[in-house]
Write a new protein. Structure first.
Lengths: 404, 438
């Protein structure tokens, strides 16, 4: 092969080739780390929330007359919403998964304030909660209507039953099959006993970046206060039609009411992951532009290299080198430079990743990203150099004789 | 000579239009990417109240649980309980003190056609307006007697004044909120502190509240917080229980001038913590903090982590663009060794050759910088398009003169730095060796 002579020729005029190799290396480092961040965000965004996202929407109703009978108003609202054509079910709750704001509590296995507690997201619900959210009950049972009570949290009492997510019970008892948690009693606020009657497959908390996002519990509670959030599950296909109608119905039913923050679950997911989605777009853009610039740099440098060696090419052609041989020379030259670049790039990429793991708690890069980025940059180099190299093959052998 | 070099540079650039365009474009894109992120970072980490940031101190006292620190490593809570906040405000040991929290009110316009609407509001003591110095369009804030007397007074934003009073001077008029009339004492002009330093608990870049009314009125009306509330111990029942609880939900700021006042106030806080210990509260070691505005912003890390990651990537991006430029300049010099040798043979000194090529590189730098400012603008528009849903973004992407000059300066410095090595190589050309080949 011609690698030997090409390498020696490169060594005679190192500076510009070293620079292009450096450029390839930094490009690769950015590419690998950007893709690593993109992957991490994409994995997070792909996690299911556990609820029927397509058909659920929710709204806040705020009754601002302080003397109103909130409990009666809420009961009437729930009845009207549930009977509304196109609505499958509805509940009064405090939050929905991914909303960004919610209620959390610490759970302990014993009534002991010195014990470490496990954080959990609390969702208020009644016996319609499982159906409204569209949860999959893995074990145990739903709440009975008689177990759901109006509750004043300022009174400091706590409902005695709960349905937990599988992730939560597995966090509490990591060594046991999740079914064993049924019937067990845990403690809220170190002192209030709560018995687990059911276990759901999945229901995410309100905060997508919380490490315990899969840990949630439903509690059988109705709260009669001025501000209420209704979570509504429409029949498939009816959501968009029903939303404005429900709002209108609620507004028409009382003068002292404000309805706001009406949103679908799909919108909630978008808002929750908005920054991640934007970051992904930005990074994709950065990687694309960067690859283009590096490609253009290779084109520029190769053009120069060809122009400078016109006579040499002519001489080689005159001495019998074929056009493919000339093409191969430049392609191979670029391949060698790229190789130096991507090998250096792999090292820089790993170094930057190690620093990012340290500084920002990012994940480690997947092993295959390195060879994939190497292959991509090799390919970019070959494509970029092809144009100038083809021009080199057009150099006529006669040129060599003319000006020497 | 300088003008002659400019002319030479222009000829040289025209001789290789594609290559020169490539260099200018590489610098411009690199500068554009870098400056876009620097601009976002600059606005995010900017001083929201430059003329007073050194005299405003955020107060923290460690009232947290005996078992765990509020935040590792052993940091005191970022807000205060009502008990502590009220006691410290009531003591009045600083020049001024503001105790406030975010809540909500329903505004009921007198105009029957307009439906009532709900609004984020701030319950605060009257020093808020003198301490944080929001611009007033009409009237002003209220004084301590209104705080103590639970007087229903209100300061409203320009927007609310436009909506409810048609933009007229509404001071002295009555605004009905949740069925209760409040007397308007002042109307604020547009006010957009970035970040919203006095309460960074619910998104540091949120807009400020639309109405402000006395804390004492909010407490009397039992208005719960719309911001974060954290408790290490559950509250006892009812509103009274909430007020007497260990839950933190208020922000306390004090105004102190100079180190000695700060020391004095710190001593007061420590004495307060000791007195609470004696009363059976404050189980943790005394750990009180006073941070001025910028220290507090730093402490709370208001600049999003994503911005820091992007800033790092943008700098690397600029490095790639510069490497690109160096490579191209080197190639250019390599091609021009003949010219250089000729000039040297005719008597030009090395420094003359150096000046000539540095001027040329500087021209490319200026062109790249100017184009880079355009690219930065495009980049910021892109960010706005991407993040358009968040209303604070519009304020983040405004460009000001320092940023524009920084962009051009960075471009020139980058281009010159990129040109150093190639130019140095150009000076080292041996005339004799090259002239032979001509």
């Amino acid at each position: 092969m011609e690698i030997g002579p090409i390498w020696r020729a490169l060594m005679r005029n190192k500076a510009s080739y070293v620079l292009i190799a450096l450029q390839i290396a930094v490009t690769m480092a950015i590419m690998v780390n950007a893709i690593n961040i993109i992957q991490e965000r994409a994995t997070q965004m792909a996690r299911p929330s556990g609820v029927d996202e397509e058909n659920i929407f929710y709204l806040s109703s705020y009754i601002f007359d302080p003397d109103a009978d909130f409990e009666a108003a809420i009961a009437a609202d729930l009845m009207a919403i549930r009977n509304f054509p196109g609505v499958r079910n509805a509940i009064l709750s405090n939050s929905v998964p991914l909303l960004g704001g919610g209620w959390s509590e610490g759970i302990t296995l014993e009534p002991d304030p010195d014990m470490d507690s496990t954080g959990v997201a609390v969702f208020f619900s009644d016996e319609n909660g499982i159906d409204t959210f569209g949860l999959n009950l893995l074990a145990g049972r739903n709440f009975e209507p008689t177990e759901v009570n109006w509750h004043d949290f300022d009174s400091n009492a706590w409902p005695p039953l709960t349905i937990m997510t599988r992730a939560m019970v597995e966090e509490l008892w990591p060594d046991e099959p999740y079914e064993n948690a049924l019937g067990k009693t845990v403690y809220v606020h170190d002192t209030k006993p709560v018995t687990i009657v059911g276990i759901t497959e999945r229901m995410q908390a309100a905060w997508n970046s919380w490490s315990g996002v899969e840990r949630s519990m439903l509690v059988p509670v109705l709260r009669g206060t001025s501000a209420s959030r209704y979570v509504i599950r429409a029949e498939p296909g009816y959501r968009d039609e029903v939303m404005p109608q429900i709002e209108e119905m609620l507004l028409a039913s009382r003068d002292d009411r404000i309805v706001n923050s009406m949103r679908t679950m799909e919108e909630t997911r978008q808002r929750s992951y908005f920054e991640d989605a934007s970051m992904v777009k930005l990074l994709v853009f950065v990687v694309a532009i960067l690859t283009a610039i590096t490609g253009l740099g290779i084109v520029g440098l190769a053009s120069f290299s060809v122009a400078r060696r016109t006579k040499q090419i002519g001489t080689r052609r005159a001495l019998g080198a074929t056009r493919p041989a000339i093409l191969r020379y430049f392609m191979l030259e670029n391949f060698l430079i790229s190789t130096v670049g991507v090998v250096g790039g792999a090292a820089v990429a790993i170094a930057i990743n190690m620093w990012m793991v340290e500084a920002f708690g990012l994940q480690r890069i997947a092993w295959y990203l390195i060879p994939a980025a190497m292959a991509t940059l090799w390919l970019v180099g070959q494509v970029a150099v092809f144009g100038p190299a083809r021009r080199a093959t057009m150099v006529s052998p006669a040129l060599a004789t003319r000006s020497v | 000579m300088f003008r002659y070099y400019l002319k030479l540079g222009w000829f040289s650039i025209r001789k290789n239009p594609i290559l020169s365009a490539l260099m200018v474009a590489a610098i411009a894109i690199g500068i554009g990417a870098c400056m876009t992120i620097i601009n976002v970072d600059y606005v995010m980490s900017g001083n929201p109240i430059p003329h007073r940031s050194d005299v405003l101190y955020h107060v923290q006292v460690d009232s947290w649980s005996p078992n765990d620190a509020y935040e590792d490593p052993d940091l005191p809570p970022e807000q205060v309980t009502y008990m502590d906040g009220y006691a410290l405000w009531d003591a009045g040991k600083a020049r001024r003190q503001t105790l406030s929290y975010k809540t909500g009110r329903v505004i009921q316009p007198q105009d029957q056609g307009v439906r009532p609407f709900e609004l984020e509001s701030r319950a605060t003591t009257g020093d808020f307006f003198t301490m944080f110095d929001p611009p007033f369009l009409f009237g002003g804030g209220w004084d301590e007697s209104a705080d103590r007397g639970e007087e229903p007074v209100v300061v409203i934003s320009r927007e609310i004044n436009d909506q409810v009073f048609g933009g007229e001077d509404s001071t002295g008029r009555s605004l009905v909120m949740n069925g209760q009339p409040y007397r308007v004492t002042g109307v604020l002009d547009t006010w957009e502190p970035m970040p919203k330093f006095f309460d960074v608990n619910n998104g540091p870049f949120e807009a400020v509240e639309g109405v402000y009314f006395p804390l004492s009125v909010a407490i009397a009306n039992e208005l719960s917080s719309w911001g974060n509330t954290s408790c290490w111990k559950p509250a006892e029942g009812g509103w009274e229980g909430r007020l007497a609880s260990e839950c933190i939900w208020l922000q306390l700021w004090v105004e102190l001038h100079g180190e000695s006042e700060k020391q004095e106030y710190m001593a007061f806080l420590d004495a307060y913590a000791e007195s609470q210990k004696a009363a059976g509260r404050f189980a943790r070691p005394v750990n009180n903090r006073l941070n001025n505005v910028m220290e507090w912003m730093e402490d709370r890390e208001v600049v999003a982590e994503d911005v820091n990651v992007l800033l790092g990537l943008a700098v690397l991006f600029l490095v790639v663009c510069l490497l690109n430029t160096i490579g191209l300049l080197l190639a250019k010099v390599a091609r021009r060794t003949g010219d250089i040798s000729l000039r040297r043979a005719l008597g030009a000194s090395r420094s003359a050759v150096f000046s000539q090529y540095i001027v040329e590189a500087g021209m490319i730098g200026v062109a790249g910088g100017v184009l880079g400012v355009g690219m930065t603008w495009l980049g910021l528009q892109g960010i706005r398009g991407l993040y358009g849903e968040l209303d604070f973004i519009a304020r983040l992407v405004a460009m000001d003169w320092p940023i524009i000059f920084l962009a051009i300066g960075l471009a020139i410095v980058s281009a010159l730095a990129a040109a150093l090595y190639p130019t140095w190589r150009a000076c080292r050309v041996h005339p004799a060796s090259q002239l032979k080949a001509l």
